[in-house]
Structures are given as C-alpha cells and as structure tokens.
Ligand binder design. Structure first.
Ligand code: FAD
Length: 439
C-alpha cells in the first residue's frame, strides 16, 4: 500500500475567483492505487471527495466540500497507438502539454476550445467545446476511460460499454477519472482569417458559414454593429507555415486583447457612460489578420483579463435570434456591457449530458468583467436562451436545477441511474451537483 501526499489548504479558488472552497484536506495521488486509497479512506470517514482539474470552471462544479483530489501528479502519455490514432493520457494532463506529447506521433486533437490551460479530465467532464459543425466537443474524442467509483472500485469503460456515453461528460459525479483514451486526428495545420464585418451580414450568413467553413465563430461587442469573425481552415500538416511573429502575437494578445482591454474594462467599472464609446472604438480597432500555424497554436489564445461567463447551447438555427434578443434586452435595460459575446457551433453528439446531445448546436457565451456583478445580465441571457431550448454549459455560471434540466436532457434519467450505480453513497456530491442532479 502506498501513501498519497496529503496537505491542508487554506482556501482554494477557481480561475475567475467566483468560487472558493476550504477542503478538510487536499490529496495528491500519484497512481490509480493511491486514488483508490483516497476514495476508500474518505468513504470510511464519511467525507465527500471532489477531483479538481485546473479550476477553470466558472460554476461551482469543482468545489470540494471535504476532500479535494488534486490530479497534478497524474499527468502524461500512458499509451499511444499511431496506427489507430488513439492515445491514453493520465487524467490530470493539461491541454497545453498534449501537443508536445503527440508531435512525434503525427497526431493532433481534432478540435479545441479558446484556451489550453484546462486538464483533459476537467475539460471533458463539463463538455468543453470549440467551434465547427463537423466537430463535437472534446468529450466526443473520448473512446475510453478509467475511473475509481464511489465504492473505490476501478472501472474501465470502452466503446463496447453503452455507459461510456454517460460517463464522459460526468460532471465529476461518477468517480475520479484516472485516464482517458482519445481518438485523435492526423496532424493538421490551420489557416486563420480574422476580420471585422457588419453584424447584420454575419447574422444572416452564420448558419451557412458554419456549414461551409471548417471552424467559424464571431465575437460581438454590445452597443456596436460590428462582428469580429474568425474562420479557420484545415490544411495538410506539411503546408508551409506563416505563423504570427512572436512580437505581433505579443502585441495583439498581450497588449491589445488583454492589456488595453483590461484597461477598458476597468474604465467601464468607474465610468459606465464610457462603455459604449469604448466598445465602438474597440470594434473599429478589431484585429484584421491572417496566419497559418500548427492547429493548437491557432485554436487557442491566452486570456489574462479575469471575467465571469455564462454559456448556452441552442439549436444552431436559433443563434441569430438569440443575438437579436440579447441586443434588445441590453438596450431596454440600458446596461453597459464592456465584454463581447462569443458565438460558436458544434456537431450533434450522443453523449448523455453533452450540451450538443441530439442536436446541431449553436453556442452563445456572455461575459462580464470580474469586478462587475453579472447577476441581472446573465439571468436575462438565460431567459433568452431558455426560450430557444437552451442548455447551460456545465462549467459556466447558471442557476438551473434538476427540475428544469431533466426536461432539457432526454438521457438524464439514465445518467441518474448510472450515478446510483457508481456512487450510491454520494461520495462525490457537492452543492452544485445536489442542485443539478438532486441528492
Ligand atoms: C478563460 C477560460 C476560457 C474557457 N474557454 C472555454 C471554451 O472555449 N470552451 C468551453 O467549452 N469551455 C471553456 N472554458 C470552461 C472550461 O473549459 C471548463 O470549465 C473546464 O471544465 C475546465 O477544466 P478544468 O481542468 O479547469 O476543470 P475543473 O474546473 O477543475 O473541474 C471541472 C469538473 O471536472 C471534474 N473533474 C476534474 N478532473 C476530474 C477527474 N480526474 N475525474 C472526475 N472529474 C474530474 C471536477 O470535479 C469538476 O466537476 C473556459 C474557461 C476559462 C476560465
């Protein structure tokens, strides 16, 4: 029997600073056996266990009531099969660590979200996604996983097991995932075109462009008529690269996207009347750039300005109406919103709790600077999204409970039954899970 590294931690906080926890203890297991030991010991003591990844969820999904399981020491490539393009990664592996692990295999993750700081298990557990109608979220890349369930039993699920579709977007409610096996794509390059365009034109062409382009998305600054579009085209891995120069990337992302934007947000807090002119100026200055680079360098950027976020999945055809409804609400309430909204799309999938379950999906994400109260604005975006059959991103802020969620997820009953099987004593419960899944 090995012994895990146990510490006490005064206070844990998520990336946005919106959720804190004071766990009784923090365990850092280094092996599957140590995870088993952590779960069994906590169960015997009547304590609840919560695995945590990189703490990048805005919701309280990762909040540890008693024992926090930090997977920092469970990282790396466990197995690779270049023939099938399948790799098994330890659950705590950070997304940014994956491309270097894959480069000698000629493989890439088929799609990614906006950033790469998350852990692979945290990202798939909440249904993290990028954009592109031919591609599902990261969880759709999972073809197998191993977890330690609430009784301390190690279970491996493969595509032969129907429960895999339930366990992948598991919200940390079913067990501590110790490894995931991903189906990857042959390495590819992306050509990115970013430019400002008239909002009206982008709304009218959104669904068609999502269908015709590999990866299409846009940002919209409230109080403006401009959309900042981003179109990524997949190219073979051996085309010549034309990456952003390091200096240009630094200027665009660190100074303009993050530094100047942070200053604008701070200004908005102290002088709300300036939000509209500042947004209009920002929209005029929006990036117009083209570059070609390895896929992960194009998909992801750095986000240094702290914010709160809510995101909703609706049928993709509804997304232009959602934008118009949100615009009307912002005008009606006279709100000054400094942060842009982001609009993306993803393929339908069959994962039980995936936000794209059973329907081709459009996503609307609303943000608020972390020093501003997101309450009324996020509630209004929620109501707009719900009117269009919206499902909330599990890792982002929302206040729905099981009563509403059960009507949005046709396989919710199956998920609850799987939870009863894998975690009968609710070792992995926390307040968030009690709200969205019931006791
Ligand atoms: C700046 C920023 C940008 C973002 N961009 C996107 C985006 O583009 N697209 C998108 O969809 N989302 C995005 N997100 C949300 C983010 O991807 C998700 O919230 C994701 O779950 C965070 O991963 P994490 O490793 O930090 O997990 P955590 O937040 O630490 O945990 C999330 C959940 O996973 C569970 N979990 C973690 N590890 C395990 C494990 N080993 N076993 C079982 N359960 C586990 C936790 O218990 C918890 O329930 C963004 C977040 C931030 C802060």
């Amino acid at each position: 029997m090995t012994s895990t590294s146990t510490t006490t931690r005064s206070t844990w906080s998520n990336w946005a600073g919106s959720v804190t926890a004071r766990p009784v203890r923090v365990e850092r297991p280094r092996s599957v056996d140590e995870v088993v030991e952590v779960v069994r010991r906590a169960r015997e003591e009547g304590l609840r266990v919560k695995p945590v990844g990189a703490g990048h969820s805005f919701s309280a999904v990762a909040q540890a009531p008693d024992v926090q399981v930090d997977l920092t020491d469970l990282q790396g490539l466990e197995h690779a099969d270049p023939g099938t393009g399948r790799v098994t990664l330890a659950a705590g592996t950070r997304l940014h660590a994956i491309p270097p692990l894959l480069s000698h295999l000629g493989l890439d993750m088929p799609n990614l979200g906006d950033i790469d700081r998350q852990s692979i298990s945290g990202a798939v557990s909440t249904g993290t996604h990028g954009t592109g109608l031919d591609h599902g979220g990261l969880a759709t890349q999972v073809v197998g996983l191993t977890l330690v369930d609430g009784t301390g039993r190690v279970r491996t699920l493969t595509q032969e097991d129907p429960e895999l579709a339930g366990a992948v977007v598991g919200l940390g409610a079913l067990g501590v995932v110790t490894s995931v096996t991903l189906q990857l794509a042959p390495a590819f390059v992306l050509r990115a075109v970013e430019r400002p365009e008239p909002l009206q034109h982008v709304l009218e062409s959104f669904v068609e462009r999502c269908r015709s382009e590999d990866h299409f998305e846009f940002f919209w600054f409230p109080h403006t008529h401009v959309a900042s579009t981003r179109t990524n085209t997949r190219l073979p891995h051996d085309v010549p690269l034309a990456p952003l120069r390091r200096r240009q990337r630094l200027v665009d992302e660190v100074l303009l996207a993050n530094g100047a934007f942070a200053a604008a947000c701070r200004l908005g807090v102290h002088a709300p009347s300036l939000v509209r002119p500042v947004n209009r100026a920002s929209a005029r200055l929006l990036a117009r750039r083209e570059f070609t680079d390895r896929s992960h360098r194009v998909f992801t950027t750095s986000r240094r300005v702290r914010f709160h976020e809510t995101e909703w999945a609706v049928p993709v055809e509804a997304l232009p109406s959602v934008q118009r409804d949100v615009d009307a609400l912002v005008r009606r309430h006279g709100w000054r919103i400094s942060f842009p909204l982001e609009f993306r799309a993803a393929a339908a999938d069959d994962l039980w709790l995936s936000t794209a379950h059973g329907r081709t999906t459009g996503y609307v994400a609303a943000h608020r600077y972390h020093r501003e109260d997101p309450g009324d604005y996020f509630a209004a975006v929620r109501d707009v999204a719900l009117a269009h059959g919206g499902r909330p991103h599990w890792g982002k802020m929302h206040d729905l409970d099981l009563g509403t969620l059960a009507g949005l997820y046709p396989r919710m009953g199956d998920f609850l039954a799987l939870r009863d099987l894998l975690d009968p004593d609710r070792v992995f419960a926390n307040a968030y899970l009690e709200r969205v899944l019931g006791a």
